[in-house]
Design a protein around this ligand. Structure first.
Ligand SMILES: [Zn+2]
Length: 87
């Protein structure tokens, strides 16, 4: 039997797919249409800082990976790598 992976939104609700999860986050204003985090999932703060940047080929070259971290609660919200977000 295939186990369906569920994404918990709150303690009482969850969705069946990653796409639905992304859609939910977008509706609630946690991420923008390009899936960049704009609001902290934990405390709702909109002050997001970018940290742990990794460059393709040394400093000043294009950034290929970075973390988004909430300035208020200091929790890691997402990791961006090569054009897409992992949440
Ligand atoms: Zn926060």
């Amino acid at each position: 039997m295939r186990k369906i992976k569920r994404y918990e939104i709150t303690r009482y609700s969850s969705v069946n797919s990653f796409d639905e999860y992304i859609k939910y986050l977008e509706q609630k204003g946690y991420i923008d249409s390009e899936r960049h985090p704009v609001k902290c999932f934990y405390c709702g703060c909109k002050k997001i800082k970018i940290d742990n940047e990794e460059h393709l080929d040394g400093f000043m070259s294009p950034v290929c990976e970075y973390d988004a971290i909430c300035k208020s609660c200091n929790k890691k919200i997402g990791h961006w790598a090569y054009g897409s977000w992992g949440i």
